[in-house]
Design a protein around this ligand. Structure first.
Ligand code: SF4
Length: 336
């Protein structure tokens, strides 16, 4: 498998016509939304100059942070043309962008194609219109279906981003959203349990009691259910939760645990193992797992091991490193 890396360049909030209740792009990227184009081009150039020595066999220049296709056309083309210059110089192979479902049309897709954009990630967030409305997303589920169809028909790799725990959202609507993203033809996804940043509308809604932030347990459980849907459908989950560098210290409520992705994967792993075994009360459970997955089971105070014991009744669990694929454990049971 190729060694892949994104070279991320943040285009903060710029161009976004909306104000989602949870959005604090300035806080998330730690940068100001207002940036002079020359200054931005200089920053992009110096970022790409520093990438000449990278050892990754496949790199992508990734424009994240706002609604890339909603920014001023001149600015978009300028950034894309700098990125293309460095693709020609061998720094990267292609480009990935993220944007909103209602900021996609045929003409922008043609432009992105011309500039060697390969992956388009859409902030679907939910396919429940009442959730989108309560979150002030400013688009509907239909916009996501229409945009994803245009994206896949034009041959881009489509990625769907979704959120857990938005206002009015339920486990059922989140499961449906994950299934809908699969149906839209996503090959990639990202799942973001809602985090409440200071200075957002959601922060005020939390203080007034209008919104109840997710507990860590609920965030992990609900995210795990959606993650499993993507896993079973062969959709590559690129990320769970915000990156720890994304000013999580300014997020007093919600799923602000810096390792939430690992917690979710441990939870899913434990469930996969427990399903294979059913019950083995008072016995020893031997689990063969991929070497690199051992920390997923042992980490976070052995939460996964404890969950396996609880669900199967095993007296003890032994872990055996094996050369097998991720999430495909070999399990056997023996008496004490
Ligand atoms: S669409 Fe994205 S950038 Fe725009 S307000 Fe919503 S979360 Fe922020």
């Amino acid at each position: 498998m190729k060694n892949h890396r994104n070279i991320p360049f943040f285009v903060p909030h710029a161009g976004c016509p909306n104000c989602c209740v949870f959005c604090s792009q300035v806080k998330i990227t730690g940068e100001s939304a207002e940036k002079d184009l020359n200054c931005e081009v200089k920053e992009l150039t110096s970022l790409l100059e520093s990438e000449f020595d990278n050892k990754f066999s496949e790199s992508q220049i990734a424009f994240f942070g706002g609604s890339f296709t909603a920014i001023d056309r001149n600015r978009m083309e300028k950034l894309l043309s700098v990125a293309n210059e460095y693709i020609d110089k061998g720094v990267a192979e292609s480009i990935r962008i993220s944007t909103r479902p209602d900021c996609i049309d045929e003409s922008v897709l043609e432009l992105l194609k011309r500039y060697r954009v390969k992956n388009i990630e859409l902030g679907v967030q939910s396919t429940d219109d009442s959730v989108l409305l309560s979150s002030n997303r400013g688009h509907t589920a239909k916009d996501s279906f229409v945009a994803s169809q245009m994206i896949t028909e034009k041959g881009f790799v489509f990625g769907g981003q979704m959120m857990i725990g938005l206002p009015n959202s339920t486990l059922e609507s989140e499961i449906q959203t994950a299934k809908d993203i699969v149906k839209m033809g996503a090959l990639e996804s990202r799942i973001y349990p809602t985090v409440v940043f200071e200075g957002t509308k959601l922060y005020d809604m939390t203080l007034s009691g209008e919104y109840k932030p997710l507990s860590l347990f609920d965030a992990v459980e609900r995210t795990a259910k959606c993650y499993k849907i993507f896993l079973d459908a062969g959709v590559n989950v690129l990320r769970i939760g915000l990156h720890s560098s994304e000013n999580l210290v300014n997020a007093p409520f919600g799923a602000n645990h810096p390792s939430i992705g690992e917690l979710v994967k441990s939870y899913v792993y434990a469930d996969i193992i427990a399903e294979k075994v059913n019950r083995c009360d008072g016995k020893i459970l031997s689990i063969g797992v991929r070497k690199s997955d051992i920390s997923m089971l042992r980490g976070h105070n052995c939460a996964a091991i404890n969950r396996i014991k609880e669900k199967t009744g095993a007296l003890n669990v032994e872990i055996i490193p094996m050369d097998i694929p991720r999430f495909e454990p070999c399990v056997s049971v023996r008496s004490v």
